[in-house]
Structures are given as C-alpha cells and as structure tokens.
Design a binder for this molecule. Structure first.
Ligand SMILES: [Zn+2]
Length: 466
C-alpha cells in the first residue's frame, strides 16, 4: 500500500529554487507517496488536490526545499562543549578520539540519533556523515529518524596522524580498509526507500595511500556512488600532507586517479590556484564548513577561495561539521556565516542570500549526486520540503522571504519538515521519535563522559562552575 498523499495549500511564499527560481505567493504543493506531483498557485491546484488525505494549511508559512548539510560526523554529538578553543591535533587526540573510543555502540547510536533529530528540526533533510567514530548504526539512526543520509565507513591505511595514539585500529591495511568499506556499502546502500546512501570515505587526505584512494574511487565508480574526503582544512594538514607525500593533496589525488565529479572534498581552505584548476576541470565538488573553520581557526575567510571557485563554476556546498567543532548544526546559521567572505573582500555584493540558499539546496544536491531527486521543489522530485513559521518577529516585515530566511531567522522557526513524503517534524517537534526519551539518554551518556576522558568538570570552559 502506498503512503498517504499530502496537499500543502495557501503557502504565503513558496520558494521553489527551480530552474527559473520562482517564488510563488499563495502557493501549493501536492505530494503522492515520496514525490512531488504538482507545484503552483493554491487556487489552481485546489480543485485537483483539495480532497487529498492530508491537507496542511500553509498560511503564515514560507516553504523551501529541504536543506542539505554536506559534512557532519553524527556520533560526535555528545562531545559538544568539551573541546572548544583547541588546535586540531589536540582537539582530536585529547578529547574527540578518547571520547569516541569510550562510547558503547548503544551510546554512539544515541549520539547519532541526537545529531539527526536536531538537524531535522532545523529543516535539514539530507546530511552527509563522513563516517568517523562509531558509525555501524548510523544507517539505523537515519532510517528511524526519517532523514535522508549519505554515509560511508571512514578508512585510513597510513598511520600518519602522529597524535592519534588511540586509533591504531583505524589504520588497517589497504585491503582490509577497502573490504570494510565495501561490506558497509553492501549491507546498507538503498535502505529506507533509498534514503540511505552509502559512499566511500578515504576520510583524511593525509591518512590514505595512493592505493587506497584508487580503490575507493574504483569502487565508488563501479557502484555509481561518491566519495568524500577532508582536504587541506588547516595549514597543519597541508604541511603534514606535503611532508609525507611530497606534493599537495589535490595533485596527489590526481596522480592516484581519484579526481572526478563524484568526489566531494571538505574544508579545502588552503588550496592553491593550480589545485583549484584541477578541481574545476574534473568537476570535483567542494564542501565549505565556515562554522567549524571559525571554531578551529583554520583560516577559511582569510585563505579560502570559495568565492573565486564559485565564479569559476565549481560547485560549492555547505556543511556544519560535527557538534564538537561547529558546535551548531543549524544550516541557516552556517549560511549566514559564509556571508563573512563579503567582509574579507569588502564587497557586499558577494554571496547574496539567494546564492547562499542555492548552496544549501541545489549545490548540496549536486554534491551528493542527487540533483535529479532533491534540492528544489519541482514536479517529479522527492518531497523533501520545509515549512517555516513566519508569524514571528524574526520573519517580519516580509519584504523578501529569501533575505529573511538567510539573514534574519534561524532554524528555530521551522514548523514542518517532510522527507520522502513523510511528515517527520510537525509544529517544531519530531514525529518519528520520543524527543524527551532521546534527550534523557543523551544526559545519561554525557553525565560521566568528561570523567571517562580525564576531564574534571571544573576544567570545562574558562569559568568555574560551583
Ligand atoms: Zn569532518
């Protein structure tokens, strides 16, 4: 039996992000099963769809396509607030890796669930989890919460990251890595009506051999999926990569045959012009993570050439990165922050809100290889739709819905979220899980997490807690 049909009527502004970027006043969307079957003016669609099973009143709502977060690590949720103000190596070796290693599988599952629930409640309908930490149950979490996900098993075969004392087991032999990633793909790809997509993740550029890069690319090509890797996040990453391999990351990826339209590189704050030309000519996609970079002091605004890449036609999408580094998952805040490139270049015409919304939707859809399925509200696409409540001060006056969306409000104004034709958030609350139960489980995990990694409660943050 098919799912219920949904008709959303009287939408104050329907921001389609379609081919002509129509914004429809008093708009409507009709959904059957998982797909959008009609988009238009409410009056015109009412006669065909007015008696649909579920009718949602879109008065005082702005509708947008579901937002896409192209980089997160879902199991890191419970580390939020424990690892601020640290350099990347210390952040990893002293806090994040020990904390991850201390989690049971059940605790890691709760942590992933919490990341995904928070994301959905902010209107994020698709996330990419680059698969570090305990990710075995991430596909279960995504299926149960109702979000669309891309996830892969992060693989490393070069024990290069000298500070990762506790992660020897992550640095397996090349063939073990390839096999583990392949098994993960076979086990989960296509689950939940295709909401679960498994990729290959040679996740840190300086921790994968040429051979493993090649293996990942070949397998991703064979299965028609993508691969994601962190590349040149900080000057430390760049220097370490060059010291180990004798050339910059993108040039080595080229040598290993790993460049192509199905490669998504994350951070990419320190790319040279030569590397950018290689990315452009191979249609490699880029995920800019401004909030994580700000937290880590990566140099994203002073060194990152995202504006220039976009001017040259490179697809640049946005990611929050994880809760231990961003620390928020609200993609509207991420998009707002990306606008800081204006300040660095003293040019307020750069990255207008419309372009930032494209980065959150269309560019994310291209980066996740789902441009034919998601990223806009159009007939034939998947029904991944967000309704924002605009009966609030941060949405008024409503001269420009896209400006208010990106420059004024936050994810807290999300009212309803639909993913794959299912209503997963209603009146700002998740419908698929018991939020209170998950919150109390998060508290349980968090209670002794600092002690497990040798942190005294009194040493968390700069000010004493009495
Ligand atoms: Zn990351």
């Amino acid at each position: 039996m098919g799912k219920s049909s949904i008709f959303i009527k009287n939408i104050r502004y329907l921001v389609t992000v379609d081919g002509t970027r129509r914004i429809i006043e008093d708009g409507a969307v009709a959904i059957e099963d998982s797909k959008i079957v009609a988009v238009g003016k409410s009056d015109q669609l009412k006669k065909d769809y007015g008696s649909t099973d579920i009718v949602i009143d879109g008065s005082n709502k702005v509708a947008t396509p579901g937002l896409i977060n192209c980089h997160v690590h879902t199991p890191y949720y419970v580390v939020r607030g424990l690892a601020d103000n640290l350099t990347l190596p210390t952040w990893l070796s002293e806090i994040v890796i020990p904390a991850q290693n201390s989690l049971s599988d059940g605790e890691a599952y709760v942590s992933s669930l919490a990341t995904l629930i928070e994301s959905l409640k902010y209107g994020v309908t698709t996330v990419v989890d680059t698969g570090e930490g305990k990710i075995e149950r991430v596909p279960d979490a995504a299926e149960n919460v109702g979000i669309r996900i891309v996830v892969g098993k992060s693989v490393h075969d070069v024990p290069t990251v000298r500070h990762l004392k506790d992660t020897v087991e992550l640095h397996a032999k090349t063939e073990q890595c390839a096999k583990a990633a392949e098994n993960f793909y076979r086990k989960h790809h296509g689950r939940a009506n295709g909401r679960v997509n498994i990729w290959f993740c040679p996740s840190h550029e300086r921790a994968v051999s040429d051979e493993l890069l090649r293996e990942c690319k070949e397998r991703a090509d064979k299965h028609g999926v993508g691969l994601e890797s962190h590349v040149s996040a900080s000057i430390t990453s760049v220097l370490r990569h060059n010291e180990l391999f004798g050339l910059p990351a993108i040039k080595r990826f080229k040598k290993a045959g790993a460049l192509g339209p199905n490669l998504l590189i994350v951070h990419s704050n320190w790319l040279s012009d030569d590397e950018i030309e290689l990315i452009r000519s191979h249609d490699v996609k880029v995920c800019h993570c401004p909030s994580s970079a700000t937290a880590g002091g990566f140099g994203t605004f002073s060194k990152g050439k995202f504006v220039e890449m976009m001017e040259q036609g490179v697809t640049v999408a946005l990611g929050s990165d994880n809760c231990a580094h961003s620390n928020f998952l609200d993609m509207l805040r991420v998009a707002y922050l990306a606008g800081a490139h204006r300040d660095v270049r003293a040019d307020p015409s750069l990255l207008p809100p419309e372009e930032l919304l494209e980065m959150l939707t269309l560019n994310g859809a291209k980066a996740t290889l789902m441009a034919d399925k998601i990223g806009s509200i159009e007939k034939g696409k998947k029904a991944d739709i967000v309704l924002f409540d605009v009966n609030r001060f941060d949405w008024r006056p409503l001269h420009s819905p896209v400006s208010n969306l990106i420059f004024s409000t936050t994810g807290h104004s999300v009212d309803t979220v639909i993913v794959d034709g299912n209503i997963v958030v209603e009146k700002g609350r998740a419908t698929t899980v018991d939020e209170e139960e998950i919150l109390s489980k998060v508290e349980e995990v968090a209670e002794d997490l600092p002690a497990r990694i040798g942190l005294k409660r009194s040493s968390i943050g700069k000010w004493p807690i009495e």
